[in-house]
Structures are given as structure tokens and as C-alpha cells.
Design a protein around this ligand. Structure first.
Ligand code: SOE
Length: 391
């Protein structure tokens, strides 16, 4: 089997997600185009880099990502660092002739996203592939929803509502990590999770063309955690901890128009007690509806409203499995279910197929750039208290 050397920059949560996915990809997909070889892992913290190197069986580690960029043996770079370094690392990797998969949000400014999309277009001319990590659109149930919508079975879309609700930062004792600092994160909930819900909505309904928004920060300062490693609310710090101001948003809501003609809304918060990874989509069409929730990610609910008789009308539940998109990764019997790990493996597989086939996969850097433009329009709309057109 063909081998491809991988360099991973950033050995935190997303570094782990990508490495688990890369190692599972050839095991789950019988036609995986290559066997990823763990060549080098980079983290600015040498202890974390060494630990990761040992646990994942990397051949080596480094603390300067340029060691990965300058290594001619490395074919693929996974960018899994905090948001402020995505642009410089991804562009350097593309210019050095690597294929690049970069975590979301793509960058912290529209200008950076634009530069990344341009670098990706140039690299593609030389056969190099790039992808931004908006994985949730690859959930088999969402791909099935897309098939149903595109087939016309639920008619013309009228309304598309998307939500991403979490609670890990609802407690004011949840420490301030890089995710609460504009300089490193670019934005708060907006870049972190709103963009995922937006990506799914746009995948199904077309790009957002006009919007009006509300952007709120509820917890204005948080205790600072020594070391700064992002622990996603799993520790709480007491009143005696040093505090730092939060300069990003906690919650974002928009009303919007989609290019496909539907209207709708997208909302996200990390302050919804009781919600964990609650991503929902509800799509209404002139002939039927679709609804889905990530917390039950294998289940797609569809109502073929015009086909059901009065008194028998309702949502039918489809347990996605081998007969649905990405059925070759799911276990044999619907209801056995896949989770986050398999989803990231689907992303790694889609990326690998694109590398093999020499085409750009969905969730290109161009998509990441378009999402950045919507985020910019959201901040502008909140500022002017009115509707704005997405550039
Ligand atoms: C934290 O909100 C986070 O880890 C996001 O950064 C991810 O993109 C999301 O998939 C899970 O939650």
C-alpha cells in the first residue's frame, strides 16, 4: 500500500482527533488510498510533543513547525494549533509543496482567510490539495439529508434553522483559555462553533447572502489558568484566581437569507446549560421537512408531508448505516452507530481520496474564506444594528 508521511502541528485536542482519524482511516475504509505514516509532531511545549510522539508512534517531534515545513519527506501537514497561527503555517506548508488539512475556523481575519484561499488555489495548480476541518457536514445523516433535498423530495426549501449549543463555558469559574482572547481566537463562539452550524446550513441551502445579527458577551472576565492549555471547562477555578478580561463573544444569533431562496436562522452559544454538543438542523420544504441533532447523530428524521395521509403524518426516523452515504465506514447494522472518531476518519478519507484523485474536496479553503466573510458581516451587522449583505 502506498505510504504518505504526515506532519502534525499542534498536539492538543485537535491534534489527537486528526491522529486517531489518520490511524483509523485505512482500517475503516477498505479502499483507503494510502497508509498515513506518522513522521513528525510539533508542539511549542516540548513535554507535550514528546508525550504525543511516543503515544502515537511518530518518528520524531519538534517545537518549531518550520522543521516540518522544511522536511522534504513530509507529504501532508495537519494544522491543529490555536486559530491565530493557522494562516502562517498553512500558507508556508502549501508553498513548500505539501497537501494541507487545516482546522477551523480557517483564520482570525478575512484578510488571512483570503490569503489562504489564494495560496490554496496556487498550490492546486501544482496538484496540492487543501481542506478546512468543517467535518459535521460529512455526518452520514447530513449527507443523506443533502441527497434528499437535492432529489427534490421535500420540494423547494423555505426555511433552514441551524443551532450549535454547548455549555462548557457557562460557568464563570471555567478558566480563560486562548479561546476567550481575540488575539489568538479571532472571535469566541462565532468562530469556534457558530461556523460549524453555518457550514451545515450553507451546505444544504446555499450561501448566506444577507443577514441581521446579535452578538453578546455575558461573562466579561474569567479566572486565568496557569499554563494556558485549553481544558474546555473541565476544571473550575476559585475566586482567588487572577482574572483576565474576555474580549470575544459568548453567543451569536442571525436571521438570514440563503442563495437557494430559503430564509432561516443560525444560532450558537457555549452558555446553554444542559446542552453539550447540541448541533441541530431543521429544514422545511414545500413538500416535507428534515430534522437532525448531533447528539443522536446517526438518526435522520424526515417528514414527507405531502405523501402522508391526514392523521398519519409525521417524522420517520432513518437510522443511518451501510445503505447511506459513507456506509462503508459505518458498522454493518444500522443502529450500531458511529461517533466523533469515525466522523474525523471520514474527513481523513475524503481528504485522501482528493489527494489521490487530484481534485479539491468539499470544505476547501475557498469555503473557509466564504465563512470568514459571513462572520465579518455578522460583526458588522451587530455594530450597525441592521441588515447587511455578505460581500
Ligand atoms: C469547543 O467549542 C469545540 O472543541 C470546538 O472548537 C470544535 O470545533 C467542536 O467540534 C467541538 O467543540
Amino acid at each position: 500500500m502506498k505510504k504518505m508521511n504526515v506532519g502534525v502541528v499542534g498536539a492538543g485536542f485537535m491534534g489527537k482527533a486528526h491522529c486517531v482519524a489518520l490511524s483509523n482511516m485505512p482500517k475503516l475504509f477498505p479502499d483507503a488510498p494510502y497508509l498515513p505514516v506518522f513522521k513528525t509532531v510539533c508542539d511549542i511545549d516540548p513535554e507535550i510533543a514528546v508525550d504525543f510522539c511516543v503515544r502515537f508512534g511518530f518518528k520524531g517531534f519538534c517545537t518549531d513547525y518550520m522543521d516540518i515545513i522544511n522536511d522534504p519527506e513530509i507529504d501532508i501537514v495537519a494544522v491543529c494549533t490555536p486559530n491565530d497561527s493557522h494562516a502562517e503555517i498553512a500558507i508556508a506548508a502549501l508553498e513548500a509543496g505539501k497537501h494541507v488539512i487545516c482546522e477551523k475556523p480557517m483564520a482570525i481575519t478575512v484578510e488571512q482567510s483570503k490569503a489562504m484561499a489564494e495560496a490554496a488555489a496556487k498550490a492546486f495548480e501544482k496538484g496540492k490539495i487543501s481542506m478546512c476541518g468543517y467535518q459535521y457536514r460529512r455526518v452520514p445523516a447530513i449527507e443523506e439529508a443533502k441527497k434528499i433535498i437535492d432529489s427534490g423530495a421535500i420540494g423547494q426549501l423555505t426555511n433552514v434553522r441551524a443551532q450549535y449549543l454547548q455549555s462548557w463555558s457557562a460557568d464563570p469559574r471555567s478558566p480563560l483559555s486562548w479561546r476567550f482572547v481575540k488575539e489568538t481566537a479571532g472571535a469566541g463562539t462565532l468562530g469556534d462553533i457558530f461556523t460549524h452550524a453555518l457550514d451545515i446550513a450553507q451546505y444544504l441551502a446555499g450561501d448566506v447572502t444577507e443577514l441581521v445579527s446579535m452578538v453578546k458577551t455575558y461573562i466579561k472576565e474569567r479566572p486565568v489558568q496557569e499554563g494556558g492549555v485549553d481544558l474546555l471547562g473541565t476544571v473550575k477555578l476559585g475566586d482567588d484566581a487572577k482574572k483576565q478580561a474576555v474580549d470575544v463573544d459568548d453567543e451569536v444569533s442571525i436571521l438570514c437569507k440563503y442563495a437557494g431562496g430559503a430564509i432561516g436562522s443560525v444560532e450558537a452559544t457555549r452558555m446553554a446549560w444542559g446542552r453539550n454538543n447540541y448541533i441541530t438542523i431543521e429544514v422545511h420544504g414545500t413538500k416535507g421537512s428534515i430534522t437532525w441533532n448531533y447528539e443522536r447523530l446517526n438518526e435522520l428524521e424526515v417528514c414527507y408531508g405531502m405523501d402522508d395521509e391526514d392523521g398519519a403524518r409525521g417524522f420517520r426516523k432513518i437510522y443511518t448505516g451501510p445503505a447511506n452515504p459513507h456506509g462503508d465506514v459505518t458498522w454493518n447494522i444500522p443502529g450500531m452507530n458511529i461517533g466523533y472518531g469515525e466522523l474525523k476518519a471520514i474527513e481523513a478519507y475524503d481528504f485522501a481520496k482528493a489527494v489521490e484523485g487530484g481534485y479539491q474536496p468539499t470544505t476547501t479553503f475557498e469555503v473557509g474564506y466564504q465563512i470568514s466573510k459571513v462572520c465579518d458581516a455578522i460583526l458588522k451587522s451587530d455594530e450597525v444594528h441592521g441588515w447587511v449583505t455578505v460581500e
